[in-house]
Design a protein around this ligand. Sequence first.
Ligand code: NDP
Length: 329
Amino acid sequence: MPYVANTQRYANMEYRLCGRSGLRLPLISLGLWHNFGDNSRQDNCQAMLRHAFDHGITHFDLANNYGPPPGSAESQFGRILQQDFLPYRDEMIISTKAGFTMWDGPYGDWGSKKYLVASLNQSLKRLNLDYVDIFYHHRPDPNTPLEETMGALDLIVRQGKALYVGISNYPADLAKDAIDILKQLGTPCLIHQPRYSMLVRDPETELFDVLDDEGVGVIAYSPLAGGILTDRYLQGIPADSRAAGNPSLPPERLTSAVMAKVKKLNDLASSRGQKLSQMALSWLLRHDRVTSLLIGASRISQIDDALGIINNRHFSQAELKVIELILEG
Ligand code: NDP
């Protein structure tokens, strides 16, 4: 049966303006880092993408190296896009990135113009698209002048291969420099993609202030700390979980100190009538500095859990205090 999108898809989702731009992003965006490579079942990938889009998730985040193997998440997404989403392309924000190791030799990594331009050309072929909506530099490169990397982003926009550009994993001072250069070039930086969750709060110290001042949006990646901030690991490590088999979440990260916090947070979430995953996501949206939360999912029910926060995001001052105490503890 050909896919027909849910006519009610915009009924519940909320959209926030991304910094001082005209682009609105959904509060929940879906990332394809895990669970969309060649090692994942295509029917599950397709079902998750349909379900997300059917519920107002318009933003899908990729990178050249997502898989495994690298490139396969883009190819998978490109195939499903052709099958299901071509009539809806203009309702979607599709992003990709380059900055980590992608191919052999000196031109397949980091931040040179050579790498970024070639990588996006490859991504567009895999995605079967003429342009992406957002193209990111994935991580800072200490050995390439920032002017060259930002110049490549500006060029890519002028070539019509991306509508907007962003940066990811840039610390506050470097982010400010990158934003300034892009401004001078006439291609404003739309968005920053930092890691941000209850367990990783670094952006709160400086980065958010820079982005606020500069009118740059924020999309928080790994908002559930890869699954730690859910009920997944409360009784041990399930065989089908990320910590059981994926090097990006080694089980050593589930220390007794971390799990003690998770258990306390889980109790608090229950008292609010929420799952822990939902409280962890809601809490990141407690101020409006965060434009969107970039979640990952291995199954539809996890997308539903995230969607469940849209109408249940209020925290009392007392709850906020308790959370601070738990996180500091
Ligand atoms: P999350 O922190 O949201 O972790 C997602 C994982 O948590 C899922 O795959 C699942 O793991 C588990 N999970 C999710 N919801 C639930 C739930 N309700 N109950 C129980 N377990 C749940 O994000 P990711 O680390 O996956 O990152 C999200 C996206 O961010 C990526 O896809 C990518 O687009 C982006 N990203 C960007 C980076 C960058 O450098 N710019 C780096 C990393 C990510 P399980 O498989 O165990 O079910």
